[in-house]
Design a protein around this ligand. Structure first.
Ligand code: FEO
Ligand code: CA
Ligand code: CA
Ligand code: CA
Length: 647
């Protein structure tokens, strides 16, 4: 979800252990943001108004010691995207592209619920890649599993600015949320999506019969008037990052679900809702549907904030909300098989001062029998992390009846511990972090990378060893090492890989490898991927002005003398964050998601005014009159034909 959205709507931490009074970080954050930046940036603001002329064609050679499989471009931002020299790029699929037979080209002037349900959704975030057998012509095939995190009504609907939402628009927005499963085929080096593939599927905030499973399923606190048993939910939403399990299912993480509720309650859920920021009131859907109004349905928010498992090979299968993985603002759910066969999921709760978790399945992964893994996610142990100053991580189990998780503290079952995961973790003394986003394990070496995107609210006296800057405007990346590659371990080590921000500005306190280039630094790490050469690809979601650059993808070395060196690989069009970095199984293609192009029109000097459907700051990627900006999946390949992990 866009940094700006979170800045404006979600700036108050909800962890009671964190101060919510404005800090110097807020003041600086304000200073660095929006119109005020023009004066501040001086020459840099002028540079930002210049297009990155020819940056894809005439990039400067990089003098770093690393092998040059691509050449970086200069920092900057303009209306389009830029891939580093030596990389080919293509758009694979955009918001509105038809998924099913008989659906025509997208017409943004003729949107309807049924039409949107048949098309690729809005604001693509996570990208999963599930390989399929080659076709008869020997062409590579796969399924992309793509989340659609949120919608931006002003950019989505004609004439929406300055008037109230209609019930139909709210329903169209719901239909544009969720996820898409879409088949792709590689035709002569270009990925084309297959309209009408039998695998193509939309899951939305309107999808009925999403099953609640695991310890919290059926709990009275999950029961509503539409679902008196507490077992079936309509819809999933704010699906941010996610994961593909070792058995090839797709996990859609429900992140900022609080924003979709309105109303008030002073009933038994009031304190619980407060800890999750419910109701956020970002969307007016509750004016038209009781389920989004907590005055009418106080339990409904408890049915969101879960990790949802979908079998992409079976389009008829019901998605399942796996309650054993806890309820919080799930950024993602990347996993790895431990040496003993148990499967471990690493997860961030993306809120200022919230926590890092891992879930360890009780059962073991069976590589020979896919069906045997079907319900592995219903039984296991959820742990929350305490990062100690001596460099150790203590993974503390959230188990009903153990430690403080007892009736004395208001927990009567494991289901309740999971519904109130955050409060349970508070009681265990977990370490409040600087907004944990993607947590990416590396199966090869037992290391895990935690993207801590930023925290303008951390004051200097709230800093600790694992969150050393207050305010933390640019974020950092923590590396966890599991002993002997045992991902099930409850005691690990941690250290900081990089502290983000401009290394040339001493006040920022950035720390990078010595060969990081001028274009190599970034801020606000969000999502990540790792290649088989143990290099970390980081996509960002920070303000263009604060980072003096568009969002993009950077590649960070993690080993040897190169450790911490970073190089720019891709730049987004203005307003966009980059999500979902995902290598194909053969590492020949690097997929990324360009999310919310054209947001923040005021912050982009050449536009300098609100970005709207009629007057957007960019019309990426179509650049066609009348077509608003569209989020899209982009595929990068190396022009020399090598894979991304080859030198
Ligand atoms: Fe949806 Fe935490 O980004
Ligand atoms: Ca984000
Ligand atoms: Ca994210
Ligand atoms: Ca990832």
């Amino acid at each position: 979800m866009s940094e700006k959205f979170e800045r404006e709507f979600e700036d108050v931490p909800v962890n009671p252990k964190a101060a919510s009074t404005p800090t110097i970080g807020d003041v600086i954050d304000q200073r660095y943001s929006r119109r005020g930046v023009m004066a501040l940036m001086g020459g840099a603001a002028v540079a930002a108004t210049m297009p990155l002329a020819g940056c894809a064609q005439s990039v400067e050679e990089n003098s770093a010691e690393t092998a040059d499989d691509f050449t970086e471009m200069a920092r900057g931002v303009d209306q389009t995207h830029h891939a580093a020299g030596g990389l080919n790029d293509q758009v694979v699929i955009r918001w509105g592209d038809p998924l099913f037979d008989g659906i025509g080209a997208f017409n943004p002037m003729a949107q309807s619920v049924a039409d949107q349900e048949a098309r690729f959704g809005y604001n693509n975030d996570y990208i999963g890649f599930v390989g399929l057998p080659d076709d008869e012509q020997g062409r590579q095939r796969a399924l992309l599993c793509v989340n659609h995190e949120y919608t931006i009504a002003d950019l989505m609907f004609p004439g929406r600015v300055g008037r109230e939402a209609t019930a139909e628009e709210c329903a169209i927005e719901q239909a544009a949320h969720g996820g898409s499963i879409v088949e792709i085929v590689n035709i002569d080096g270009r990925w084309e999506y297959v309209q009408g593939s039998r695998y193509n599927r939309r899951i939305t905030t309107r999808t009925q019969g999403i099953e609640l499973t695991g310890p919290a399923a059926g709990h009275p606190r999950l029961q509503t008037s539409a679902d008196p048993e507490g077992r079936y939910v309509t819809g999933t939403m704010n699906n941010c990052a996610g994961g593909i399990t070792p058995w090839g299912t797709y996990l859609m993480a429900e992140e900022n679900f609080n924003g979709y509720f309105i109303g008030e309650t002073d009933g038994p859920e009031a304190a619980n809702h407060e800890r999750y920021g419910v109701p956020g009131g970002w969307y007016p859907w509750g004016r038209f549907e009781d389920r989004f109004d907590i005055s009418r349905e106080p339990n409904e928010p408890n049915r969101f904030g879960w990790a949802v498992e979908v079998d992409p090979l079976d389009p008829q299968s019901a998605p399942k909300k796996r309650t054993a993985l806890g309820r919080f603002k799930h950024e993602g759910a990347e996993s790895v098989v431990a040496p003993n066969g148990q499967v471990v999921f690493y997860m961030g709760d993306d809120q200022r001062f919230d926590y890092v978790y891992k879930f360890v399945t009780a059962g073991r992964f069976d590589a020979e029998n896919r069906a045997a893994n079907r319900d592995l996610l219903d039984d296991g142990t959820l742990y929350v992390a305490r990062f100690d100053a001596d460099g150790s991580v203590e993974w503390m189990p959230l188990i009903f009846g153990e430690g403080p998780l007892t009736e004395e503290n208001g927990f009567t079952s494991q289901g309740e511990v999971l519904i109130e995961t955050r409060r349970a973790a508070d009681l265990l003394g977990a370490t409040p972090m600087d907004r944990p986003e993607d947590v990416q394990p590396n199966a090869q070496n037992g290391r895990i990378y935690v993207m801590l995107t930023n925290n303008s609210r951390r004051s200097e006296d709230q800093t600790d060893a694992a969150n050393p800057r207050g305010p933390n405007l640019f974020g950092h990346i923590v590396e966890i090492s599991e002993p002997d590659g045992d991902f099930t371990s409850t005691r690990s080590r941690w250290e900081i890989l990089v502290r983000c921000g401009d290394p040339a500005d001493a006040e920022v306190g950035a720390e990078w490898g010595p060969n990081t280039t001028e274009s190599g630094w970034f801020g606000s790490p969000d999502n990540a991927a790792i290649d088989s050469a143990n290099r970390l690809y980081v996509s960002t979601d920070g303000s263009e002005v604060r980072n003096q650059c568009a969002n993009g993808v950077w590649r960070v070395e993690t080993e040897g003398l190169e450790r911490g060196n970073s190089r720019m690989m891709f730049l987004a069009p203005t307003g966009a964050e980059i999500c979902g970095p995902r290598l194909s199984d053969d590492e020949g293609t690097f997929f990324l998601a360009v999310q919310h192009p054209g947001l923040d029109g005021e912050d982009f000097p050449p536009h300098g005014r609100p970005s709207t459907f009629a007057d957007p700051s960019t019309r990426w990627p179509d650049f066609a009159e009348g077509m608003p900006p569209r989020s899209a999946v982009v595929a990068l390949t190396r022009a020399d034909g090598k894979t991304f992990s080859e030198v």
